[in-house]
Ligand binder design. Structure first.
Ligand code: PA5
Length: 449
C-alpha cells in the first residue's frame, strides 16, 4: 500500500483520456524492459531492486557509523556534487526545521554542511573559517573519485582537519563513499584506513540516494533510514505489481509528461509550496535533466518555490511562451499548526482569515494558482503526499526514479548515461593545462585569444 498519489485531471484538456489508455501496453513493455534489463543502459539498473535488496547488516553498519560521527562532531561536512550530494540534501532539508543550521549547538544531531558543489574560493574560505573552532568530521562522496570540484574541496578540508587534530585523528573523522575498486579516493581511503562504503558499479550517481551515498548523511542528520528504505520498498513493490496504467503512478507520470511533450509542452516546471522541498526539486531536476536531455531531445526540467516564485516567475508561467506544463507537489498535512491571529485594528484587512490555518491559505493559493495556470494553457499534474516523513520521501524518490527510467525509454534515449557532462570538463582541463590535454590546450587557447 503506497500513500503517494498522482492526479492528472488538470491535464485532460490537453491529453485525451482514451489516448492515455493507448499507452498502457507501451508503458508496461518499457517497465518490463527495465526489470528484464533489456533496454539501453541496462548495466546501470542496480537501483531498481535496491530498496528490496538493502540488507539489515548494511543499515545497521551505517547507523553505527552515524552514531560514531555524532559522538565525534557537532558539524559534518558532506563533500560531493550532483548525484553524490543532491539526494542526501533533498531528504535532510525536507525533514529538518527550516532553521536547523542556526540551532545546531542545541541539537542532538550534528549539523550537516556541504562542500564540493562549486569552485568558489569565497565559499571554501568561509567554510574553513567557520570550521576553525568546530569539532567536525568529513564524509567524502565520489564514485569516480576524480571529480574536480569535490576533489579540490576535499584536499583543502583534509589539510585543514589534519592540521587541526593531527593526521591520525583526522583519519578517524574522515569517511569515504566511493567505487569498490578504482579511483583516487579508493586508493587514498585504503592507504589512510578511512571507514569506507561502496557505490555499486551498476548504480549511477543520480540514482544513488538509497545507497550509502544518501543513507549515511541522512542517518548522521538524525533521520530514520529504515523508514526511508521501507517507503521506497513499498513503492517498488506497488509499481512492480500494478499493471493498470491509471493505478501505476510512475508509468502514468511518464506517459502523461511524454504526451504533453509531443504536443509542444517541452518544459516541465516542478512546483512546491513548502520551502523544505526546494532541494527535492533540485534533485528531481538533475535526475530528469541528466537522464533525458540528450540527442537534441528531452523535457527541460525547471523548478519553482511557491508562493515566493509566483511573485517572480508567475507572470511568465501565466502568460509567457506556451510550451510549459507544471507538476505540483502537494503536501496535505504540515508538521505544525499555525493559526492566523485576530487583530483588533485589522489595518491589513485580514480578519476574514482569523482563526484559519496558514496551511489552509497555502492550499487555496495552490488551488487558485493551478486553475489560473490551467486557464493560461498550462496543464497541471499533482503529486500528493500525505505529509513529509521518511517513509513518504522513500516512496517519492523511487516513484521519481522509475518514472524517469520509463520516460527516458519513451523518449528513446538512454536514461542512464551522461555523455554531455564531459564537454565542459574537457575545456576546463584544457584551459587549466592538465597534463595529457596538450593538444586541446593549444586548440582552445586559439579560441579565447
Ligand atoms: O549522476 C551523475 O552521474 C553525476 O551527477 C555524478 O554523480 C557527479 O558528476 C559526481 O560524480 P562522482 O560521484 O564520480 O564524483
Amino acid at each position: 500500500m503506497v500513500e503517494l498519489k498522482l492526479r492528472i485531471d488538470k491535464t485532460l484538456d490537453f491529453v485525451d483520456p482514451n489516448e492515455i489508455k493507448l499507452f498502457e501496453s507501451e508503458a508496461a513493455l518499457l517497465q518490463n524492459k527495465i526489470y528484464d534489463k533489456k533496454g539501453a543502459g541496462n548495466d546501470f539498473l542496480g537501483w531498481v531492486n535496491l530498496p528490496a535488496e538493502t540488507d539489515d547488516a548494511l543499515i545497521a553498519d551505517i547507523e553505527e557509523t552515524a552514531a560514531r560521527i555524532k559522538a565525534q562532531s557537532k558539524v559534518v561536512v558532506v563533500v560531493g556534487i550532483g548525484g553524490s550530494y543532491l539526494g542526501a540534501r533533498a531528504v535532510i532539508d525536507a525533514l529538518s526545521s527550516n532553521f536547523y543550521q542556526m540551532q545546531y549547538q542545541q541539537a542532538d544531531n550534528p549539523m550537516v554542511v556541504y562542500a564540493g558543489q562549486n569552485l568558489s574560493e569565497d565559499y571554501m574560505a568561509e567554510l574553513l573559517h567557520f570550521l576553525d573552532d568546530k569539532d567536525y568530521s568529513i564524509i567524502i562522496i565520489s564514485k569516480s573519485g576524480t571529480t574536480t570540484e569535490p576533489a579540490i574541496a576535499f584536499r583543502l578540508l583534509r589539510a585543514h582537519l589534519e592540521k587541526k587534530v593531527g593526521e591520525q585523528n583526522a583519519g578517524e573523522r574522515i569517511y569515504a563513499i566511493t567505487d569498490a575498486q578504482r579511483g583516487a579516493l579508493k586508493t587514498l581511503a585504503t592507504e589512510k584506513g578511512y571507514k569506507s562504503y561502496v557505490i555499486a558499479d551498476d548504480v549511477g550517481g543520480r540514482y544513488s540516494v538509497l545507497t550509502p551515498v544518501g543513507l549515511l548523511p541522512i542517518a548522521v542528520a538524525g533521520f530514520d533510514i529504515r523508514k526511508l528504505v521501507k517507503g521506497a520498498r513499498a513503492m517498488q513493490e506497488h509499481l512492480q505489481q500494478e499493471k493498470e496504467l491509471l493505478k501505476n503512478p510512475a508509468a502514468l507520470y511518464a506517459v502523461v509528461r511524454n504526451m504533453l511533450y509531443r504536443k509542444g509542452k517541452t518544459t516541465e516546471i516542478m512546483a512546491s509550496y513548502t520551502p523544505n522541498l526546494m532541494y527535492m526539486v533540485e534533485w528531481w531536476k538533475q535526475l530528469y535533466g541528466e537522464s533525458e536531455g540528450k540527442e537534441q531531445k528531452g523535457i527541460f526540467p525547471a523548478g519553482v518555490n511557491f508562493t515566493a516564485d509566483l511573485h517572480s516567475m508567475g507572470q511568465y508561467i501565466q502568460d509567457g511562451m506556451r510550451n510549459i506544463f507544471e507538476t505540483v507537489i502537494r503536501v496535505e498535512n504540515p508538521r505544525y499548526i499555525m493559526e492566523i491571529p485576530h487583530d483588533s485594528n485589522d489595518l491589513d484587512g485580514l480578519n476574514f482569515l482569523a482563526g484559519k490555518r496558514m496551511s489552509y491559505v497555502n492550499k487555496m493559493a495552490e488551488e487558485g494558482t493551478m486553475l489560473a495556470h490551467l486557464d493560461g494553457q498550462v496543464p497541471n499534474l499533482e503529486i500528493i503526499l500525505p505529509r513529509i516523513d521518511e517513509s513518504v520521501l522513500g516512496e517519492l524518490i523511487y516513484f521519481f526514479e522509475m518514472g524517469c527510467a520509463i520516460s527516458g525509454y519513451m523518449l528513446e534515449v538512454n536514461p542512464f548515461d551522461q555523455p554531455g557532462v564531459e564537454a565542459y570538463k574537457k575545456n576546463m582541463f584544457a584551459l587549466l593545462e592538465k597534463p595529457g590535454f596538450e593538444k586541446e590546450t593549444a586548440e582552445i587557447k586559439k579560441r579565447i585569444s
